[in-house]
Write a protein that binds this ligand. Structure first.
Ligand SMILES: [Zn+2]
Ligand SMILES: [Zn+2]
Length: 109
């Protein structure tokens, strides 16, 4: 039933089909298919494949950007805490030497 000799190109009804696209199952003439990964794909399926691949790459890039941002943010926060920690370690010495709040604290009843 689905023999090639009885089929005609999906795009060119007058031409005899020589290839059946494995992706969509339609029949095409030699001009309407392109070899891709050892398969003969029609122009429509090839465009779809290229489109989905482009989207995939975009998603991958998006994910990478998100990861980079996340790691960057994490490092920023970590560095901030590190700085605050250093400041907290540095501050008491200065306060102990001064009499600002230390004196007030033990004078209260
Ligand atoms: Zn196809
Ligand atoms: Zn054709």
């Amino acid at each position: 039933m689905d023999t090639l000799s009885q089929q005609h190109c999906y795009h060119h009804p007058r031409r005899e089909a020589v290839v059946r696209c494995p992706a969509c199952g339609r029949f095409f003439c030699r001009e309407c298919v392109t070899e891709h990964d050892d398969r003969m794909l029609c122009s429509g399926c090839l465009a779809q494949l290229a489109g989905s691949r482009g989207q995939g790459a975009g998603r991958w890039r998006e994910r990478l950007a998100l990861w980079t941002q996340g790691i960057g943010g994490f490092l920023m926060i970590w560095y901030l805490f590190y700085l605050v920690g250093r400041m907290l370690l540095a501050i008491p010495h200065e306060f102990h030497e001064g009499t600002i709040w230390h004196a007030d604290w033990w004078r209260k009843p």
